[in-house]
Design a protein around this ligand. Structure first.
Ligand code: SF4
Length: 360
């Protein structure tokens, strides 16, 4: 459950990357990577952020750390508005916010031993002065590596071990939040499970909060407390993990869940697996961005962006017809679009809602 004062409270986050063309680099368009997203994360909680490639989830994670400057929106971390911090204050605050990348090898200096790699952030932040070696041994032990590994170079390790080194490096400065950006996506399934178990163990021991970014809902299911599903820069559904997996409301979430491989061959697919590609964020479809792939799309979906609507239980979905679609799934009766369409027409006549409405 969210605490009154969350560790992270980001509101109205937007990131538009200009596309430049021609000799003079004139801006010819905008890539709408993140388009009006709110995020709240409590201490010790894991928010799983899922979606296909290009949905903006990595950009969102990096914006929360201010590794990427937002085009608009605010980020409060541990009670401090980090959008207003100067370079020095931001560096000090960054100690509490770390990131683990998908490819740990590219984030490790191949010319530095693991010991030097782990001692570097200690020196930068003036931590454990005079006993850096002890701290490095402690960190290696914490992530399941041996003290002698401190003398080896990154290329001498397997992918899973390198990811453990990346985790140890993040832990070195005793953070409160770690963004795990596709941190297990490149690993074999058995190694993925080991790294996820390690992350969960560290969370219990140190009270860490994670933003766990992945394109695979099956992985997120094991680690997340809450899940946010993103599509073309917007959150289309967010809920506690149990509610989202048991009772997905948005057709996109339903399709992602249907795509999870099932061990039993006789398992019946009750929902259609998603087809087609994600449209370009340079020119996203109007209205509901998902309407070009949605099996339930109605004419109104291409005209009006749905609100991220909640039901008072922390479960929010951005779909005009989620109630009707759910009722259809439960009763197998044809979907009754007409009442919802009339409700929308009344709304449309009250205001033009072609822009996304800020998430709750
Ligand atoms: Fe599908 Fe329309 Fe709902 Fe979008 S608003 S998810 S297009 S039914």
């Amino acid at each position: 459950m969210i605490e009154t004062e969350p560790l992270v409270a980001a509101a109205g986050l937007v990131k538009h990357f200009p596309v430049r063309r021609g000799l003079f680099g004139r801006v010819s368009g905008l890539v709408r990577a993140v388009d009006g997203v709110d995020v709240r994360i409590a201490a010790g909680e894991t928010l799983g952020v899922v979606g296909e490639s290009g949905c903006g989830k990595s950009t969102l994670g990096r914006m929360v750390l201010r590794l990427i400057e937002p085009t608009a929106g605010s980020i409060v971390f541990d009670g401090q508005d980090i959008g207003t911090l100067g370079a020095g204050a931001l560096r000090a605050q960054r100690r509490a916010m770390q990131i683990i990348f998908q490819d740990p090898y590219s984030s490790l200096n191949p010319r530095m031993t693991v010991g030097q790699t782990l001692a570097e952030p200690l020196r930068l932040h003036g931590l454990h002065r005079g006993r850096e070696g002890e701290r490095v041994t402690e960190l290696l032990h914490t992530v399941g590596l041996a003290p002698e590994h401190a003398l080896r170079y990154p290329h001498e390790f397997s992918g899973g071990q390198r990811q453990r080194i990346g985790i140890a490096r993040a832990l070195a400065v005793e953070p409160k939040l770690i963004v795990c950006d596709e941190a297990v996506s490149a690993l074999d399934v058995s190694v993925q499970a080991q790294v996820v178990n390690l992350l969960q163990d560290l969370q219990r021991r140190f009270g860490l909060a994670y933003i766990f970014i992945a394109h695979d809902l099956a992985v997120v299911k094991h680690i997340a407390t809450r899940v946010a599903v993103m599509y073309l820069g917007r959150i289309v559904e967010t809920a506690d993990k149990e509610a989202l997996f048991a009772n997905p409301r948005h057709p996109y979430t339903q399709a992602l869940l249907a795509a999870i491989p099932r061990p039993e061959p006789s398992a019946r697919r009750e929902r259609p697996v998603l087809g087609g590609d994600v449209p370009s964020p340079l020119n996203p479809p109007p209205g509901c961005h998902f309407h070009t792939r949605c099996p339930h799309a109605q004419p109104v979906c291409s005209q009006t962006a749905p609100l991220l609507e909640g039901t008072g239980d922390g479960h929010f979905a951005a779909c005009h017809f989620w109630r009707e679609i759910q009722s259809h799934a439960a009763t197998e009766q044809p979907i009754a679009f007409a009442p919802a369409r009339r409700r929308l027409e009344r709304l449309q006549s009250a205001f033009v809602a072609s822009d996304p409405v800020p998430t709750p």
